[in-house]
Design a protein around this ligand. Structure first.
Ligand SMILES: Nc1ncnc2c1ncn2[C@@H]1O[C@H](COP(=O)(O)OP(=O)(O)O)[C@@H](O)[C@H]1O
Ligand SMILES: [Mg+2]
Length: 56
């Protein structure tokens, strides 16, 4: 079976600042639908959003 790396977390996560802000802003009042091809960083992005919201 093909082994691929898991989501980028903590210090391995970089950039995506605009996407993080946009997702966090939208989540204040709406659900969001995140669409991109596989391995473009959706899970990593949302894990970072969760991390930041927990720290709030
Ligand atoms: N923000 C990021 N910083 C560093 N690496 C990333 C980032 N986003 C994705 N990656 C890399 O891309 C791979 C796929 O990301 P992942 O979040 O699993 O994508 P998806 O959920 O869209 O399939 C990860 O294993 C990681 O190596
Ligand atoms: Mg994923």
């Amino acid at each position: 079976m093909l082994q691929a790396g898991g989501p980028a977390m903590g210090k391995d996560f970089f950039d995506r600042e605009e996407e993080i802000k946009e997702a966090m802003g939208s989540l204040e009042k709406d659900n969001i639908l995140l669409i991109s091809p596989r391995r473009h960083g959706k899970t990593s992005l949302m894990r970072e959003v969760v991390r930041r919201l927990r720290n709030k």
